[in-house]
Design a protein around this ligand. Structure first.
Ligand code: AMP
Length: 473
């Protein structure tokens, strides 16, 4: 299907209260995925949509759902008037929160209620809100099942199911949970599935759960966003850290997410950067949701300049205008590359994605290039000739503030004047995920299902094990 970008929201036939909210959000034109998905979804068709975060996919599924539910909106305070009619499943709490925030914004001029539930917080705090009744529920699969077990919600009136970032849900071992949830839903419903990548597993999932779906794609499947300039440096593993420090100084004025493969290496890197006089604020899976949100808010507000993140932690982060992503460690799963660089170049903005490839990672990068069907320009990463200061290099050490000299002008980042680079305080946060990225976590249905609280603990424990195993492998 060809992309169309000329329609406006009004031409899509959306109801006035939604158009008003869209206008207030500052959206003037539907993004390609919105222009394609909204008319089809309004016709109550099942969709399998290839779109990564940053394309406007949340509005693409939320707006038609809100529009269709609008005649059922009620101002009554009776919970019975507000059954769950749309269920949106997301793999991570960050994504769930972000989707919920968007839905709340789009629904603000309607009487439709929405809520988000996710693990890692006391389930009891969510129950009273559920009991008041909500039409649209955004949930992570595990926590949704906790609520089902505690009989704090009913899914018997669900008319819409959205699987957001379906590929990541499968990666994280949610398939058994998805099957359990789907068995609880009415057969008559509309299904909208969004995935950044289309693997064979995703196609199987679509075959199993979607009803004669229409396939829509805003870009070639597994392709990367054209707005993102991609480049790579070949760097010896023992020099990577220094090279990263140099890059961070070059890009001192730009916010950056630095990706590592595991929680362990993210923590190590954050500590190492701290030793290099780059202030770090590490957040890991053991810290509370509140602390993670605070770090993200600080990043969004610009007081933190760099986040060291694992793949899972970074999922669903909606950070507009993020100009730079650095792949400090190349993932063994090529799809992760697509997700990682999808953090930048969002909603039409320009972005840069830099990968640092060491001698052991070239094979993984070859796989990435095969997947995205694109050769990324590479050059040898050159670092300053002065050896790294032995103990706690000073921020005003000339080596640290000398401009980086790239080997090719074509890829040279704009040098930051030495004064500016050293004057600007750089804070690095490590935002770490609750689950390992590819180490085949134990399927959740094989684990004995305990109470919500004990399952949550088990999930957190599992996450640590998986990430540690990944780090050692
Ligand atoms: P998403 O892919 O849903 O995570 O959206 C990425 C970002 O694009 C979010 O910050 C949205 O608020 C923004 N966005 C979504 N639709 C539009 C639009 N039509 N025009 C401008 N920005 C949009």
């Amino acid at each position: 299907m060809s992309e169309q970008t000329t329609v406006d929201f009004r031409a899509l036939g959306l109801a006035e209260p939604l158009l008003k909210a869209i206008e207030e959000s500052g959206y003037t034109t539907p993004t390609p995925i919105q222009a394609q998905a909204i008319p089809l979804a309004l016709q109550r068709m099942d969709l399998m949509a290839g779109a990564q975060t940053g394309t406007g996919k949340t509005a693409a599924f939320s707006l038609p759902i809100l529009h269709t539910l609008l005649p059922l909106a009620s101002t009554s305070t009776s919970p019975a008037k507000h059954p769950i009619r749309a269920l949106v499943l997301a793999p991570t709490r960050e994504l769930a929160i972000q989707v919920y925030d968007n839905i709340k914004t789009y629904a603000k001029h309607t009487a439709l209620r929405s809520l988000v539930v996710y693990g890692g917080v006391d389930i009891k705090t969510q129950t009273p809100h559920l009991k008041t009744g909500v039409e649209i529920l955004v949930a992570t699969p595990g926590r949704l099942l906790d609520h089902v077990e505690q009989k704090t919600l009913s899914l018997s009136q669900v008319q819409f199911l959205v699987l957001d970032e379906a590929d990541r849900m499968l990666d994280m071992g949610f398939m058994p949970d998805l099957k359990r949830i789907l068995a609880l839903l009415p057969k008559q419903r509309q299904n909208l599935m969004f995935s950044a990548t289309f693997s064979d597993e995703i196609k199987k999932l679509a075959d199993a759960f979607l009803n004669n779906p229409t396939l829509i794609e805003v870009a070639r499947s597994n392709a990367t966003n054209d707005n993102v300039e991609q480049k790579a440096y070949l760097v010896n593993s023992d020099q990577k850290q220094r090279f990263l420090v140099q890059l961070l100084k070059q890009y001192a004025n730009q916010q950056v997410i630095v990706f590592t493969k595991t929680k362990l290496s993210a923590s190590k890197l954050a500590r190492a950067l701290e030793r290099d006089q780059i202030p770090c604020s590490a957040i890991h899976g053991d810290k509370s949701q509140k602390e993670r949100i605070e770090a993200l808010d600080a990043f969004k507000a610009g007081s933190i300049h760099a986040l060291v993140a694992t793949d899972v932690a970074a999922r669903g982060l909606d950070i507009s205008d993020l100009p730079l992503v650095i792949n400090y460690e190349i993932s063994t799963a090529p799809e992760d590359y697509v997700h990682r660089i999808g953090r930048t170049g969002r909603a039409g903005a320009k972005g840069i994605a830099i990968s640092l490839i060491d001698e052991d990672e070239t094979k993984y990068f070859d796989e990435i290039e095969k997947l995205i069907k694109k050769q990324i320009p590479k050059e040898k990463g050159a670092i300053g000739s002065r050896p790294r200061p032995s103990k706690g290099g000073k921020a005003d050490d000339a080596w640290f503030s000398q401009p980086y000299e790239p080997t090719s002008a074509a890829v040279a980042p704009k040098p930051v004047p030495a004064k500016q680079a050293s004057a600007k305080r750089k804070v690095v946060a490590a935002l770490l995920g609750g689950f390992g990225f590819r180490a085949s976590p134990q399927p959740r249905n094989q684990a004995k299902r305990g109470s919500g609280k004990s399952r949550q603990k088990a999930e957190n424990k599992e996450a640590d094990v998986v990430e540690t195993v990944s780090a050692e492998s």
